[in-house]
Design a protein around this ligand. Sequence first.
Ligand SMILES: *[C@@H]1O[C@H](CO)[C@@H](O)[C@H](O)[C@H]1NC(C)=O
Ligand SMILES: *[C@@H]1O[C@H](CO)[C@@H](O)[C@H](O)[C@H]1NC(C)=O
Ligand SMILES: *[C@@H]1O[C@H](CO)[C@@H](O)[C@H](O)[C@H]1NC(C)=O
Ligand SMILES: *[C@@H]1O[C@H](CO)[C@@H](O)[C@H](O)[C@H]1NC(C)=O
Ligand SMILES: *[C@@H]1O[C@H](CO)[C@@H](O)[C@H](O)[C@H]1NC(C)=O
Ligand SMILES: *[C@@H]1O[C@H](CO)[C@@H](O)[C@H](O)[C@H]1NC(C)=O
Ligand SMILES: *[C@@H]1O[C@H](CO)[C@@H](O)[C@H](O)[C@H]1NC(C)=O
Ligand SMILES: *[C@@H]1O[C@H](CO)[C@@H](O)[C@H](O)[C@H]1NC(C)=O
Ligand SMILES: *[C@@H]1O[C@H](CO)[C@@H](O)[C@H](O)[C@H]1NC(C)=O
Ligand SMILES: *[C@@H]1O[C@H](CO)[C@@H](O)[C@H](O)[C@H]1NC(C)=O
Ligand SMILES: *[C@@H]1O[C@H](CO)[C@@H](O)[C@H](O)[C@H]1NC(C)=O
Ligand SMILES: *[C@@H]1O[C@H](CO)[C@@H](O)[C@H](O)[C@H]1NC(C)=O
Length: 405
Amino acid sequence: MNYSNLKLFMLILDIILQRVAANEWFTKKNPFDDISLYHDKTILIETYPTQFRLKCIQKCLSLDTSCQFITFTMNELCNIFNAVERSYYNGRNNFYFREKRLPRIHFKNGSFLDQNQLINISINFRIDISRSGLNLIVQQAFKNCETVLTLNLSFNNLTQLNSKSFYGMVKLKSLNISYNQISQLESDVFKEVPLLYILELNNNFLKRLDENLFYNLTELESINLALYNVSSNEIKTVHYDTFKSLKQIKRIHIFENQISEINSETFKGAHNLEILSINSNKLQRIDRNFSSNYRNLIDLNMSNNNLSFIEPDFFRGLVKLENLRLYGCQIKQIDLSSLVNLKVLNLAKNKIEYFSQNLSSVTNLYISSNPLVNLTYPLISSENTSVYHLDISNCLLRYTHVNIS
Ligand SMILES: *[C@@H]1O[C@H](CO)[C@@H](O)[C@H](O)[C@H]1NC(C)=O
Ligand SMILES: *[C@@H]1O[C@H](CO)[C@@H](O)[C@H](O)[C@H]1NC(C)=O
Ligand SMILES: *[C@@H]1O[C@H](CO)[C@@H](O)[C@H](O)[C@H]1NC(C)=O
Ligand SMILES: *[C@@H]1O[C@H](CO)[C@@H](O)[C@H](O)[C@H]1NC(C)=O
Ligand SMILES: *[C@@H]1O[C@H](CO)[C@@H](O)[C@H](O)[C@H]1NC(C)=O
Ligand SMILES: *[C@@H]1O[C@H](CO)[C@@H](O)[C@H](O)[C@H]1NC(C)=O
Ligand SMILES: *[C@@H]1O[C@H](CO)[C@@H](O)[C@H](O)[C@H]1NC(C)=O
Ligand SMILES: *[C@@H]1O[C@H](CO)[C@@H](O)[C@H](O)[C@H]1NC(C)=O
Ligand SMILES: *[C@@H]1O[C@H](CO)[C@@H](O)[C@H](O)[C@H]1NC(C)=O
Ligand SMILES: *[C@@H]1O[C@H](CO)[C@@H](O)[C@H](O)[C@H]1NC(C)=O
Ligand SMILES: *[C@@H]1O[C@H](CO)[C@@H](O)[C@H](O)[C@H]1NC(C)=O
Ligand SMILES: *[C@@H]1O[C@H](CO)[C@@H](O)[C@H](O)[C@H]1NC(C)=O
């Protein structure tokens, strides 16, 4: 069957009609489409008067499989057919063909790829369908792709992902669904891809992360839920259990969202976390225990949050931390003495008046735009300081041993 130049008229009925199974579609046929479904006679089951096409569709569904075709005409008659012959069909408008949603992926322009075509477009265990106007993955479409390792669906027009979307991709390691318009994720959508290692979901329209969403992803090392280049972003709440099974997770990017609170449970289970970017959120509360739970952190960016509430010794215990970015956080006081491996420290644009820390390993220190008057620590000014990049512009320095030239 060649549907590719048909004008598809798709009604996703599970949204409209509660009782209807999710995999029903009605496709509008053009008068002269050559469909291979002609029968040797036309069987009209019922003519049902109604003003609404939706009622006509409901009627069809109520008749189970005996309804295969409907026409809905301007004079408000709904005709329900079991079979049609070519001579009856040809030239008629308003013909809708009932079909089960076949396991395919669909593009905006009406074309689609079937299960067998999908495995055929894989090259070296990769499938790249980015920037293609992809707008629907029907359940089990990738079923034959059990050898594929990498799937790139970035820059498309997916709005939802249902369970079994990636069914069969038992070897999949890298899944890139960034830059779509996804707002709905069924909570078991990643259930059948247990070996997933990298998941890119950034730049979508996600609002919340369901508690079981990542349940089986015990191999996941990197997850990207951030929004780049977009000003109004969406994730507000992360369920406490969302990350609980991600024992291997090393990188979480969740910047530019709307998260207002992280407590000691938020990234529970993510004990191997090395990189956390939670900058540009709305943080107003962070549990005191946060830093003791993530002792493997190497890179932490919390910039552009309001951390005025934070205790000065909050970062104690992060002994592996090398990069700490706290730009624009309303911080008044901070104690960094336990961060023995810290190399890059950005404290610019805060409210720090007095800064005296033993930062023996720091090489890059940015502390500009603070109301800083006293910067005296010997390790900043001494001969063998490791600081080689120091930015103290826009401060109010009156007392310092640093030779500012
Ligand atoms: C996929 O490739 C196989 C083997 O190369 C071929 O036999 C088959 O016809 C192809 N299927 C489609 C749908 O193109
Ligand atoms: C529709 O889009 C797909 C993916 O971009 C493309 O491969 C296909 O040729 C297009 N089909 C038509 C009929 O334009
Ligand atoms: C899609 O992802 C694959 C693998 O990560 C990559 O090789 C390819 O360049 C990506 N395509 C685009 C358009 O980004
Ligand atoms: C489809 O996706 C592309 C790439 O992400 C985007 O530029 C375009 O605006 C989207 N179209 C619609 C109708 O959302
Ligand atoms: C995902 O796709 C985006 C855009 O095409 C690309 O920049 C990024 O590198 C990809 N990520 C992976 C892991 O392939
Ligand atoms: C996790 O994956 C296993 C197979 O790897 C499967 O049997 C089990 O049902 C999955 N559990 C959930 C909650 O998805
Ligand atoms: C953000 O946008 C800039 C230019 O507008 C572009 O150069 C950059 O690649 C974008 N970043 C991402 C992660 O898409
Ligand atoms: C840290 O966060 C700030 C604020 O969102 C951002 O501008 C900066 O690029 C981030 N730096 C790194 C290294 O991620
Ligand atoms: C914080 O950690 C301490 C010591 O491990 C524990 O007693 C306390 O209950 C924790 N608080 C929270 C809110 O988890
Ligand atoms: C930061 O939060 C404090 C309370 O925690 C609040 O008083 C203050 O107005 C906030 N500042 C900004 C700039 O939002
Ligand atoms: C600063 O810290 C380093 C490493 O922790 C330590 O060796 C050194 O003695 C400290 N210096 C001062 C003056 O406390
Ligand atoms: C600046 O800090 C040094 C070292 O802590 C201290 O001895 C000195 O009194 C301070 N100066 C002022 C004016 O606060």
